[in-house]
Ligand binder design. Sequence first.
Ligand code: DGL
Length: 356
Amino acid sequence: MLRHQTARYLFAVMATMLVFAGAQAQKLPNVMILATGGTIAGTGASSTTTVGYTAATVGVQQLIQAVPELAKVANVKGEQVFQIASESMTNEHWLTLGKRVNALLAQADVDGIVITHGTDTMEETAYFLDLVVKSRKPVVLVGAMRPSTALSADGPINLYNAVLLAGSPEAVGKGVLLSLNDQIHAARDVTKTNTSTPDSFKTPELGLMGYIQGGKPFFYRASTRKHTADTEFDIANVNALPQVDIVYGYANMNAVALDAFVAAGAKGIIHAGVGDGSLAARVKPALIAARKKGTIIVRASRVGQGILARNGEANDDELDFVAADTLNPQKARILLMLALTKTSKTAEIQRMFYTY
Ligand code: DGL
């Protein structure tokens, strides 16, 4: 009799625990982790190898299993979208990733998405998604500056922070976010500033959006530019992005690279000029000739901060060029590619550079 009562009691306890766990799980947000590679999925020869390791070797399920604490902040599922070192990211990767993100965010059972990614081009993928994601749900890019095998690897805590951020109500409607090193950055303005240190990502001058501390996100500012749900760009039926290349400015510059890009069929050129986007005397005629052939020319700056002033160092009205505003050259390229999926009118493209 006693054994029967004990069994019934244990059954009741287990049933209650299962119901409670189920209720808890229901309360937690559903966060998808889309893995693409990078150092966060990297391995080194020893625990002290923090450079010269192999990126993109650890799969998404292993990344999740390495951080059991994720289950306390979200119901996570993982998907390996691709497995590359991010210096090899292509427009095709971006279109695949953007379409997958939009499909998942359209599902009622997905509350947010984390994308694990190499840090080399993370700021670019983040900005591309900022311009094509058709949802207010959080999308957070995360990576690591040290491989998973290193002493004080930063990947696990960065992943934990990114998942809790992607599941937080505070992150809704903020645009695509990038989070490493306990910081929250806006996709449009963040950039990688150091080749190897964990504090590499910064938003110089315009400032980061907030911090993650004690398992909670704290926002102190928001972007003033359009993004995500307010975007006018739609990649649903885009299978290839127009070719746009970047010409880097420097003393003694010539037009060889520019001419080669145009000859190869570039539909747009980002001129990453010195200073406020100044045009070298030896290069300006080639830019004018390219424009006459129909190539869109955007004047940007290699400097990194500040407004690229329209009609400042060149008469953009007369030359029919576009000014990049505060976008760095690699992000100006992304906006121009998407702009060219809708228009080749420079006045319209300039409006887009002042809108996003
Ligand atoms: N190969 C670089 C990349 O995948 C490693 C840098 C990193 O992920 O931190 O972006």
